[in-house]
Design a binder for this molecule. Structure first.
Ligand code: URA
Length: 241
């Protein structure tokens, strides 16, 4: 117990807030079984830069890529490894760990999900990539699928579905519904920002799928934007505002 507390204390990071006050971030990562918030100071710093309305497109894109690499690091923490024999320049090593099993599959929800997939591919370059296209029907507010292309034979692969904003949660739920029909070995969802409303909708529909996010913001506004959020992730990523 004491050891746990000591580790926890060591994990506490100090950041200097805009006011000049020192603020503690509560640990590198907080977890319940369903939502994993990656609170690493580098992630939080980069996220703040992304939120600023004056951040230009090129910087927003670079930051999303960098944060996505760090989110990928956490979301792949439980991948299994096997031991192999290798020759180092000095001697034989008989128990060197390497990733085991089939290649990971990253699935981007079009279009902003591509920004997360790009970043994750930097550290998992051999991952397979799928795409899901959805738009929102303005009358029913329900997501309508217009494109679905993922690798075949997913039963022994881990699939990570990516979309920066878990807002209403409707498209994330629909994307996971669709992915489940392809029967992947394991399924996770990675986003940049979530809100309580979206997380509730998501976990009510898919209690078995973990969400990895850099932050859970305050709420959703009446237009379906996350508050305080960062605006429209797709527009900011592609410069289409
Ligand atoms: N989609 C976005 O891009 N931003 C939001 O705040 C909500 C949904």
């Amino acid at each position: 117990m004491q050891a746990t507390v000591a580790v926890r204390r060591r994990e506490l990071q100090f950041v200097r807030a805009a006011t000049g006050r020192r603020t503690k971030l509560p640990g590198a990562m907080t977890e319940n079984t369903q939502t994993i918030v990656v609170r690493h100071p580098l992630v939080q710093h980069k996220l703040t830069l992304m939120r600023r309305k004056e951040t230009p497109v090129a910087e927003f894109r670079r930051l999303l890529k960098e944060i996505s690499m760090l989110l990928a690091y956490e979301a792949t923490r439980d991948l299994s490894v096997t031991r192999v024999e290798i020759e180092t320049p000095v001697q034989t090593m008989s128990d060197a760990p390497v990733l085991d099993g089939k290649k990971l599959v990253l699935v981007g929800i079009l279009r902003a999900g591509l920004g997360i997939v790009d970043g994750m591919l930097e550290i998992v370059p051999s991952a397979r990539v799928g795409h899901i296209g959805m738009y929102r029907n303005h009358e029913t507010l329900e997501p309508v699928e217009y494109f679905f292309k993922v690798p075949g034979k997913l039963h022994d692969r881990t699939v990570i579905v990516c979309d920066p904003m878990l807002a209403t949660g409707n498209s994330a739920v629909a994307a996971i519904d669709r992915m489940k029909r392809a029967k992947p070995g394991a399924l996770k969802f990675v986003c940049l920002l979530a809100c309580p409303e979206g997380l509730k909708t998501f976990h009510d529909a898919h209690p078995d799928v973990q969400v990895y996010t850099a932050a859970v913001d305050e709420r959703l506004n009446e237009k379906g934007y996350i508050i305080p959020g960062l605006g429209d992730a797709g527009d900011r990523l592609f410069g289409t505002r």
